[in-house]
Design a binder for this molecule. Sequence first.
Ligand code: NAD
Length: 492
Amino acid sequence: GAYELRVCCMGAGYVGGPTMAVIAKFCPRIRVVVVDISAKQIARWNRGDLPIYEPKLEELVAAQRNKNLFFSTEIDRNIKEADLIFVCVNTPTKATGFGAGAAADTKHVEACARMIAESATSDKIVVEKSTVPVHTAEVLNTVFEANSSTSVHFEVLSNPEFLSEGTAVSDLMDPSRILIGGNSTPSGQKAVETLVSIYEHWVARDKIITTNVWSSELSKLVANAFLAQRISSMNSISALCEATGADVSEVARAVGTDPRIGDKFLQVSVGFGGSCFQKDILNLVYLAESCHLPQVAAYWRSVVDMNEYQKNRFSKLIVSKLFHSVTNKKIAILGFAYKKDTGDTRETAAAAIIKALVAERANIHIYDPKVEKEDMIDELQYQGLAQCDIETIHVASSPYEATNKAHAIAILTEWTEFTALPYDRIYQDMLKPAFENNINTTPFSFFLTHPTPLSVLIFFFHRHYEIMFDFLKRPTLEDELFKMKFTAKSLL
Ligand code: NAD
């Protein structure tokens, strides 16, 4: 037909949907069909009521849908018709069995390979885009060899995805690099060139890195492990700052201006969340253990341990600042998504904080601008909250409803809209039997950096300190801080 290449993508999730929409946009002569076993998911992509939230994604999909971008549940037919198949299915940490809690579950990837082997009647390039353990390509090859007719050739490539949720579309349109791993055989190199030619529609050739398959698979795990390690490193320093009176944002700035270190990803936080960091580090840890490298495994495991410590420390801080008891106290949680500009709640630190506070019998009211209630409930269940405890949690439809008559507010997602709230008004509506509260600098609070005569505690979590500085510059807030300091003085 008129198409120069036919592409099928298995998995219409956070990676498959946006990635294929961007390929369709830049490659008008490539036909892209995204398939999924979930009919509900496909129906939402087709309706335009997208199952995921990403800035600029809706317009992008609307512009390409039914031109050269299609969403379908007909997996067999679309495998048959494709020249190149992306495997973009989920690879969560195994919940049970060997390697439970550490190894990645590759059952969906293997299921894709079996479907491809079953349906294919012509040669296919099969591209692993899912994040997988090193040597998963071998599993795919073995499945293909054992289950298909000898006349069909399958060439497996690794092409991990580096997009970040919340900025997926701009990351895909202007990627830092594209990584493609392939075999050194002539057919391997030919397949690599086919995939390179897709990306070359909009990515400069010198940004496309080609490697062997194992380097490519491993690099994805290492990239996420390094990113998470920076967060854990800074979070460990935040505890030291609180103990010594150093200011963690000043330390981050002073350290990050060294170009060898860099200033990105040094903001302190309540801990990383998201579906990838923890999973991919544990995957790396499992790999190191399988290779009999216990020191390497322990080194990377400590990044996850530090993250648990930080979440725990933050929950304890809230309880201790509220006189060691939050029983029946209303606590507002602003933000449930694991970061701003996404509705994704997987492994969000907010759920861990809520779990700890509910165990202390706090009265939790959550507000998030993008997360749907059922997704909150699913994630709380997944992170181990009992059904009877989940029933005690309220989901508010506005930040005012969540914070009205609250004892404390914990801002757990750095949504931009939270920086523009009228905190003076919110403060007035909170509960406040006055008392003296002398609290040292903590990375989570800025009202608390001033001795205040308040029972109201507002905890702030900002990955992005720039936002926080803007926020502090707002006139109403400055007034408010001034008033508080003034009240504090007048009470002394
Ligand atoms: P997701 O859960 O959002 O989407 C996966 C989709 O695959 C689901 O819709 C599921 O129904 C579908 N699926 C499962 N088995 C299938 C099968 N046999 N055939 C067809 N469809 C099937 O997952 P995601 O966040 O898009 O992640 C996909 C992969 O990409 C994972 O390996 C992840 O580690 C990796 N990754 C994710 C991100 C991210 O930010 N989310 C970034 C980079 C890499």
